[in-house]
Design a protein around this ligand. Structure first.
Ligand code: MF3
Ligand code: CO
Ligand code: CO
Length: 330
């Protein structure tokens, strides 16, 4: 094959005496090795030049005094993570409302995604919508987080801080919305296209959405939590993608994050059995290449180590006697 785009080497190259990645059967050092060095260098420098860089963060947006915030709204430090995994009917009723509102905020902010808009402007739209309906935007001051939503562009995996960066044609951007209404949280996110997005990224986003769907479909009372991650991992890795390990789904209710963790890969330690009445999020982060991450100096923004793109979708779900009900729907 001479079309270099159709015959790109894998993210990790073979060792000199290993078989070549192209399938020729020759040793790598006798085949593509020399050529790859140049190709990979060119790819890496092109990718590096396009990496997202931090912009300016605007001052903290005020929340009207009549809105009841969570414990950390003032202090920045959430209290205990202890909360029953199985919720009372009262908590579930309140979560239905919080989750529906979170889905509405996501839909509203998503409508404003286009080239030329800053992620800070999306934060402002989501913040206003949220407080106009009497809710507190959960990320604001959570462990000191400075904004009301998370905006994660291209190689940013999650927890991107809205800033002065303008969305560009071809970007993908995840908006992660959590609201606190009537004493409980609802958490949801989606990845949006900015203008004309290349087919490789579109497929990544489509498969990531499907990963969330497969994870939700794996929720059945009596099964261990690890089945959720197994379903996600099989699909993602079947496409050659990476599943980010460092961030998991989580129990949610009166606390933003409870101690219950929902890994997105098959984790033998995730032995807790799924029970009706549990509420938790599933929020797979899927990368085109390496699943490993690093943090920016801001202590929040998680990016892929290799600089390739990553996508995410999230729902808060309620376990029913037969499966799962998605709470974060409009
Ligand atoms: N919404 C994120 C989640 O899905 C958490 C954001 S924490 C923040 O769990 F502080 F960055 F907002
Ligand atoms: Co979450
Ligand atoms: Co979230």
């Amino acid at each position: 094959m001479t079309d270099l785009r159709a015959a790109l080497p894998p993210a990790r190259l073979p060792k000199p005496n290993d078989p070549c990645w192209c399938g020729s059967g020759k040793k790598y050092k006798k085949c593509h090795s020399g050529q790859d060095t140049m190709l990979v260098r060119a790819q890496v420098s092109e990718r590096d030049a396009k990496r997202i860089r931090p912009g300016l963060i605007s001052p903290k947006r005020p929340v009207p005094a009549h809105i009841q915030g969570p414990d950390y709204a003032r202090t920045g430090r959430p209290g205990s993570r202890e909360e029953p995994d199985v919720k009372s009917p009262d908590v579930i009723a309140r979560m239905r409302r919080a989750c529906k509102l979170a889905a509405e905020v996501l839909q509203e902010a998503g409508k404003h995604v286009r080239a030329g808009v800053t992620t800070d402007a999306l934060d402002a739209i989501a913040h206003e919508f949220c407080v106009s309906r009497g809710a507190y935007p959960s990320p604001l001051n959570y462990h000191g987080f400075p904004k009301s939503i998370c905006t994660s562009v291209n190689e940013v995996i999650c927890h991107g801080i809205p800033d002065s960066r303008v969305l560009e044609d071809g970007d993908i951007v995840n908006l992660d919305i959590t609201v606190y209404l009537d004493g409980v949280h609802g958490d949801t996110n989606a990845t949006f296209f900015v203008g004309h997005v290349d087919s490789e990224s579109r497929k990544l986003v489509d498969v990531t959405r499907e990963c969330l769907e497969r994870g939700i479909a794996a929720v059945k009372p009596g099964r261990p939590i690890r089945e959720i991650g197994r379903a996600i991992q099989v699909l993602a890795e079947g496409h050659g993608y990476g599943v980010v390990r460092a961030y998991c789904g989580h129990g949610i209710g009166e606390r933003f994050h409870t101690s219950l963790q929902i890994p997105h890969v098959d984790d033998p330690d995730a032995r807790t059995l799924i029970e009706p009445g549990m509420t938790f999020t599933i929020e797979p982060m899927i990368s085109l290449g390496d699943w490993r991450h690093r943090l920016w100096d801001d202590g929040w923004t998680a990016v892929t180590l290799d600089g390739r793109r990553s996508a995410q979708f999230e729902h808060t779900i309620l376990v029913t006697p037969t499966g799962a009900e998605i709470l974060t729907q409009v």
